[in-house]
Design a protein around this ligand. Sequence first.
Ligand code: MCA
Ligand code: AMP
Length: 475
Amino acid sequence: MSIGVPLLLRSLNPLAVAAGEDRPDAVTIDGVTLSRSDLLGAATSVAERIARAERVAVLARPSVTTVLAVVGCLIAGVTVVPVPPDSGSAELEYILGDSGAQAWLGEAPARTNLPVVPVRVHARSWHTYPEPEPGAPAFVLYTSGTTGPPKGVVLSRGAIAAGLDALADAWTWTANDVLVHGLPLFHVHGLILGVLGPLRVGSPLIHTGKPTPQAYADAAGTLYFGVPTVWSRIAEDAGAARQLADARLLVSGSAPLPVPVFERLRELTGHAPIERYGMSETMITLSTRADGERRPGWVGVPVAGVRTRICDESGEPVAHDGESIGGLQVRGPMVFDGYLDRAEATAECWTDDGWFKTGDVAAIGPDGFHRIVGRESVDLIKSGGYRIGAGEVENALLGHPDVAEVAVVGLPDADLGQRIVAFVVLRGAATDSIEKALIEQVAEQLSVHKRPREVRIVDALPRNAMGKVQKKLLS
Ligand code: MCA
Ligand code: AMP
């Protein structure tokens, strides 16, 4: 059966590009499988209910409801604010207030003042909507900065379409692939690449739920997405890893893939993983290619439409010799439009001549290959692929009456890349349960993945002559 969606190639009705034959297994998630025409019919029915809104919040649990809510909004031209389903009270209140979301679409948290618009999985509509212009905002994604609360990254429909098409090109991703992943649906990786990507390309998606090695092995797909923590757990499970030998591409991103994990995966699966680099603000800008070299420790070359450069502190270009390092700057059609209602923070990220400053430090080889060396700031932590601002966690801990001072850092961790550790000076004597109480405080205020793994009670924090905490001395 053919489904009548026009081929709007540079737009972002994610269903548009792959219009054609129906697929019975377009999306499988949380034990439910939807065909492409069911998905289109149900999402269009969501679009009808929401079409008058401007911006809505979606509690982004990995479920059919979330997929239909997001696709319905894209069809209707309504901006989506994906919200982590485990958001604590302060984070929820902040995201809703800052984004100006007018309603919850689908599920809603227990206590909410916003109206809730349900998503009906079995409803169908075949109404057609005009395609909004490419500059229209598709998402406001909340992401942590070094200090203060998260900022809303505004991604346009055109940016997302360009970003997905560039990846389809780099990975020769086609409707013949079956994508497998078990990533959260409130970030670029799991939601935009991992749900909109397969819809746009026309390849079925199998979402595994928790991304365990065995769930990945059992899904028997061709194309796999994972953060390095997922791949390092697979590399430690030889039986599951060997079952991935029949796949076409294993793709790692969101954080550095340790070289020993790359090597072990190659040994067990026969596949050298694809590495790619990006940010919420830029989508994916660098990747190794399906038809090109894959070099452990390197994230490849610019994807279609992207240009990069590295610069020293005074803004002068740094040599592309593979050794010299500089601040990585990028340009390309998939870069975001700015942080929601934050002109100053937005302006700070761009150079005067229009390049986006990633905040990452990189080297570029004479062959154009890129190596990410680290971040300019110690205050952005990457744990399990999640980006966590030290300042945000520190503020949550300072809200506890027993805490006098705190410094949060990311310490090296074999499984998570970095683990969040809070060094805390208490106002009085420590009680037995204080560490646990502080970890809980972060989960209740922010979200579960922002919890420190460890709280270390110290007498004082190391400070320089100016009184600034010396985080590099905390280990
Ligand atoms: C965790 N646990 C804790 C604590 N932390 N318990 C007590 N105190 C703590 N501080 C619990 C967890 O709740 C869990 O419990 C158990 O310990 C194991 O936790 P963990 O080691 O974290 O494993 P996990 O829950 O299996 O999570 C690992 C993960 C996850 C699946 C890799 O980190 C993940 O989904 N990461 C993906 C992040 C991502 O998608 N980032 C993309 C952004 P229990 O077992 O009971 O649940 S980057 C992006 O979008 C850009 C553009 C890009 O480049 O891709
Ligand atoms: P987020 O906005 O959560 O996507 O985080 C973006 C940050 O993740 C980047 O600025 C990098 O620091 C880091 N990152 C993403 N992909 C990679 C990668 N392949 N290698 C190293 N760091 C990465």
